[in-house]
Design a protein around this ligand. Sequence first.
Ligand code: SF4
Length: 65
Amino acid sequence: MAVAKVWIDKDACTGCGLCEGTCPQVFELNDVAEVKEEADFNEFEEKIKEAAEDCPTEAIHLEEK
Ligand code: SF4
């Protein structure tokens, strides 16, 4: 299934930077991780899912369509 939406639970994110390391095209670390506005979810679908699975606090949420 394709990724339709990606968001970060900013209260859960510890700012570890793992998601940015896995997929810098989509995730950007400021104080906490943010999803880049121009990110192409289709092109980086597998990496987004990998980042969500690997996030130590399960702060990355996906909506699939
Ligand atoms: S991997 Fe999870 S906890 Fe780490 S910066 Fe990304 S969203 Fe935050």
